[in-house]
Design a protein around this ligand. Sequence first.
Ligand SMILES: [Zn+2]
Ligand SMILES: [Zn+2]
Length: 70
Amino acid sequence: MKCYICAQEGNDSDAVGVCIVCGMGVCRKHMMREETPVWDGTYPVRLKPDTEHIKRIICPPCHRALKENI
Ligand SMILES: [Zn+2]
Ligand SMILES: [Zn+2]
């Protein structure tokens, strides 16, 4: 799988992780590992507090969207 963000920039990088929210592949440069709130995938976005404190892989666009919803 290729990094989706790199592909949009015209580059070709192998994905090393998959975003937990949207499922797209991200390379090491674009993956963000964060203790993110849990999103169960339903709309409207409702976030549960993260009680597990697991660092999840998340892509930049989803990261931005999640931060805006906190
Ligand atoms: Zn990338
Ligand atoms: Zn994503």
